[in-house]
Ligand binder design. Structure first.
Ligand SMILES: Cc1cc2nc3c(=O)[nH]c(=O)nc-3n(C[C@H](O)[C@H](O)[C@H](O)COP(=O)(O)OP(=O)(O)OC[C@H]3O[C@@H](n4cnc5c(N)ncnc54)[C@H](O)[C@@H]3O)c2cc1C
Length: 447
């Protein structure tokens, strides 16, 4: 029996990118995907971060054939419709084609891809995992569960948003992306690269239960309430899927990591599911690499858990605040369940020329603490700056470590003094930019 270093279950974006990174790092990787590709998949609107990450990985071709955004008609805060200009980096893709391109890239990087090959529930073995297949069992030291919402390795989850179902259908069509609201749903629709137009309605599950006898009728009623989809045909084939945001309660152990939707899902309002899945795959790859090369295990596990938790929490806060901006139906149960005002942020304190002569200190809420950080391809402990205003601890500014710069705070008698000391580490304009940024965030304050 071949013993693999890593078995990745699932060939969606998360599984393919994790397999690709680990294969490039020299590990023997096998990836199992139960379906032949290309296969259909929802989640076609890719946020700008996806393009940035694919560029870093040297995979810009994965977006070949994608459709650039043509702007978005938005009716959200009130009943007026505004046209939001397109972001040239946001695209819609045919997920069959996109996922296929990423899986081919993983194969080209050296991962052994078995497809179609459905993995059964993996079992812990003496040194790693046995992964049952139809006529075979694979053995691997490390398991990467990238099986999406199927979560082949099991375990429990905690909901991070209100339970939500998506009703969706597609028809031949074009036009701008649309985001609209009704009393019981919000709806999204966008053109796809193959000349189709897909629209979704996101609802509470109990609404669907009450209308289970005619889902298509409910779907069209919900689209009608937004006033944005009048030009559509009355298609009867409407699919339903779960779209609840959750996070897995144990996303990483010393021999198993869950990536992408196996680890956490986001409210579709963020339109960042693929982006987050790819980032979790990158974080998982350095975590697995650190463990398999006998690096700092505790740091690797904490890094993955923290980055997953921060991403889930940041998106949950943003989504609740975005639901809270909706006015017309804000008293309806659908909206009340989801809305929460954003946390109050103190107004930024801008630097003035007078400040140059005054002493500065770290904010009382800030601290420099040992934090797990990826340095190159390995997770290691670094001193990093934490503060409630930061979405994650900051260890570096550009390529310079931040903590040694902050050590000068004890000695500098004024901001000018501090900038002079930093100039030994940074070009003067970078030192000034760094100080401005620290002030704007409320991390540095006047003493
Ligand atoms: C209604 C809805 C709308 C969405 N809209 C968007 C959007 O507009 N933009 C966006 O970025 N994201 C969107 N998302 C989220 C996005 O689809 C996911 O974040 C993304 O697909 C996650 O990628 P993944 O690789 O983790 O999982 P998946 O893409 O689901 O891939 C998992 C793979 O694992 C395979 N698999 C499962 N079980 C096994 C097994 N036992 N053995 C072998 N293989 C297995 C599956 O066949 C599948 O190919 C949406 C999600 C929903 C539910």
């Amino acid at each position: 029996m071949t013993a693999w270093d890593v078995c990745v279950v699932g060939g969606g974006p998360a599984g393919s990118v994790c397999a690709l990174r680990l294969a490039r790092l020299g590990h023997r990787v096998v990836l199992l995907e139960r379906r032949p590709f290309p296969r259909p998949h929802v989640g076609e609107a890719l946020s700008p971060g996806v393009r940035r990450l694919l560029d870093v990985l040297g995979l810009p071709d994965a977006l070949d054939g994608s459709l650039p955004s043509q702007g978005t008609l938005v009716r959200w805060e009130d009943t007026t419709t505004r046209l939001v200009a397109p972001d040239p980096r946001a695209v819609t893709v045919d997920r069959g084609r996109f996922d296929h391109a990423l899986l081919s890239a993983a194969r080209a990087a050296g991962a052994s891809v078995r497809q179609p090959s459905r993995a059964g529930r993996p079992r812990r073995a003496a040194a790693g995992w046995d992964v049952p297949l139809r006529h075979d069992v694979l053995r691997a030291r490390f398991l990467v569960d990238a099986s999406g919402r199927h979560r082949v390795s099991g375990g429990t989850t905690t909901a991070t948003g209100s339970r939500t179902l998506a009703l969706h259908a597609a028809w031949p069509g074009a036009g701008p992306t649309r985001i609209g609201t009704g009393p019981q749903a919000w709806c999204w629709g966008a053109p796809l690269p193959d000349g189709a137009f897909r629209a979704m309605a996101f609802v509470d599950p109990d609404l669907l239960r009450r209308h289970a006898f005619d889902v298509a009728r409910l779907y069209h009623h919900l689209l009608d309430t937004t006033g944005l989809f009048a030009d559509r045909p009355r298609v009867r084939e409407v699919a339903v899927c779960d779209a609840t945001a959750y996070r897995d309660d144990e996303p990483v152990t010393e021999d198993c990591v869950k990536v992408g939707e196996a680890a956490f899902t986001l409210d579709p309002l963020t339109s960042s599911g693929v982006d987050s899945a790819l980032h979790s795959a990158m974080a998982a790859a350095v975590t697995v690499h650190t463990i398999l090369t006998d690096g700092d295990r505790a740091a690797a596990l904490a890094f993955y858990r923290d980055s997953r938790d921060r991403t889930a929490a940041r998106h949950a806060t943003w989504t609740a605040a975005h639901y809270d901006r909706h006015q017309p139906h804000r008293d309806e149960p659908f909206w009340r369940r989801r809305a929460a005002p954003p946390p109050a942020a103190p107004p930024p304190r801008r630097l003035t020329p007078d400040d140059l002569h005054r002493p500065v200190r770290l904010s009382a809420d800030a601290a420099v603490v040992p934090t797990p950080c990826p340095v190159g391809d390995i997770v290691t402990m670094r001193r990093a700056l934490t503060h409630p205003a930061l979405s994650s601890p900051v260890a570096h500014v550009a390529d310079t470590e931040l903590a040694p710069l902050l050590d000068y705070l004890d000695r500098a008698r004024s901001l000018t003094d501090l900038l002079r000391a930093w100039s030994a580490h940074l070009p003067p304009h970078r030192a000034e930019e760094t100080a401005r940024w620290l002030f704007d965030q409320g991390l540095l304050v006047m003493a």
